[in-house]
Design a protein around this ligand. Structure first.
Ligand SMILES: Cc1cc2nc3c(=O)[nH]c(=O)nc-3n(C[C@H](O)[C@H](O)[C@H](O)COP(=O)(O)OP(=O)(O)OC[C@H]3O[C@@H](n4cnc5c(N)ncnc54)[C@H](O)[C@@H]3O)c2cc1C
Length: 397
């Protein structure tokens, strides 16, 4: 392949182009660079972590109802735990433990999912209301029959993960172009030839779109329409009330339809299950609504009553990229050889991003992802009428 670069310093050719430097694009770049995949170029229309990744609540947990997702979460946990050794950067992983509370009618489903997670190697146990109260004395747990508890889980930081992966990928030879938007794919006779950016053309035989909520419009000339909807979410950051326990467990609670966790030693984060669709990812409120945050906190306070006296410090707003089965589209795009998609992670991508980079790099370099089978996530599954359905799915999965 011929080399050279455009006037703005962008290379004219590459072996692999990755669109998007969120946790996914950066993770793919890291894993490809680690395997010496040739000239890897990462483009971001803005900067690393500026999309959903930098706004993520960044929960790290193993509790999923679909086994492949548990596998991806487990591989990722190991990478989060050994970040400096593997990635060579500082990282940010806080082990607080994680609790999953389900609707009282779904206790049997919880048991089955925990059994499946244990069989895959997750550290998880079922705890009853008394054990939960002992673990988290501030929580109101009268309605809880059983909960799943993961002592090793916690939370991270989307900005740190995207930037650490990207820094290491660059040290290993990848090229990064910020403020460079891909406006279209270059396709010839059913094969990807590269991308048209707002500054130049870059040619490559492999292109991966890890473009989060911006993905759908990018594909408009390809003949493949990724079924990704955008959904607006709001998150509250509160100052701990004086008597609140610092660094308590993270929790996803179906009863209050909220999720919450500590945020450092003196803050607390509360998020909502529900969001509004559609939303323009380039133009959505940067400031959360005070009334809506109050309503979310009120719900979470049914579980953590001390939140009623906690002061709201700020809100975080962000956009999910949601598919009809809430699972990502991973792999080759039909009709365009060499073009791959890695998007549609809903509110769940952060915790699996280290493993997603690994399996996407296997798919690109070996033709098949071997660490975890990606076939269920194939982009054609909806057209085939085969969305992912876990055996023991929760009503609000
Ligand atoms: C409020 C909120 C809370 C969340 N909480 C959690 C959580 O607790 N746990 C969890 O696991 N997940 C969570 N998520 C989901 C998780 O953050 C996302 O799944 C993950 O960050 C997706 O990463 P990404 O790299 O696919 O997308 P993004 O981070 O959105 O990155 C896409 C990048 O592509 C770039 N881009 C887009 N179009 C172009 C183009 N045409 N050319 C060049 N560049 C382009 C963008 O600038 C952006 O940087 C949350 C998300 C939000 C919004």
């Amino acid at each position: 392949m011929s080399g050279g670069s455009s006037k703005n310093g962008a290379p004219k050719t590459a072996d692999v182009i990755i669109l998007g430097a969120g946790v996914m694009g950066a993770s793919i770049a890291f894993h490809l660079a680690r395997r010496k995949a040739g000239r890897v170029v990462v483009l971001d229309k803005d900067h690393a972590g500026s999309g959903s990744s930098g706004r993520s609540s960044a929960f790290i947990r193993m509790h999923y109802s679909f086994p492949s997702e548990v596998q991806l979460a487990l591989i990722s946990l190991k990478i989060f735990q050994h970040w400096r050794d593997i990635v060579g950067e500082g990282g940010e992983f806080r082990k607080t433990g994680f609790v999953r509370i389900v609707h009282p009618g779904e206790t049997e489903t919880l048991k089955k999912n925990v059994a499946m997670q244990l069989s895959l190697g997750a550290q998880v146990e079922l705890i009853d209301r008394h054990q939960l109260k002992e673990l988290e004395p501030d929580w109101q747990v009268d309605d809880v029959e059983l909960a799943a508890y993961e002592p090793d889980s916690g939370y991270g930081d989307g900005n740190v993960v995207a930037n650490d992966f990207l820094s290491r990928a660059r040290e290993l030879g990848a090229t990064y172009l910020s403020k460079t938007r891909a406006s279209d794919f270059l396709v010839e006779a059913g094969r990807i030839k590269g991308v048209q950016t707002d500054q130049c053309e870059i040619h490559a035989p492999i292109v991966i779109a890890a473009t989060g909520p911006w993905t759908r419009p990018l594909f408009q000339h390809t003949g493949y329409d990724p079924p990704i909807e955008t959904e607006y979410h709001q998150v509250a950051i509160l100052k701990n009330a004086p008597t609140m326990k610092p660094a308590g467990a993270a929790c996803i609670d179906s009863v209050t339809a909220t999720y919450f966790r500590s945020d450092g030693s003196d803050k607390f984060l509360v998020g909502d299950f529900y969001g509004k669709r559609p939303v323009d990812p380039d133009n959505f409120p940067q400031r959360a609504s005070d009334t809506e945050l109050e309503e979310i906190i009120e719900r979470a306070a049914r579980r953590v009553p001390k939140l009623e006296n906690a002061e709201v410090m700020r809100g975080v707003t962000g956009v999910y990229d949601v598919t009809p089965d809430s699972r990502a589209l991973l792999g080759p795009v039909p009709g365009v050889d060499g073009l791959h998609i890695c998007a549609g992670f809903s509110g769940m991508g952060f915790k699996i991003s280290p493993a997603i980079g690994l399996v996407m790099s296997e798919l690109i370099l070996d033709g098949i992802a071997t660490t975890v089978d990606l076939t269920p996530f194939r982009p054609t599954r909806f057209a085939e009428g085969k969305p992912i359905k876990a055996e023991f799915e929760y009503k609000d999965d």
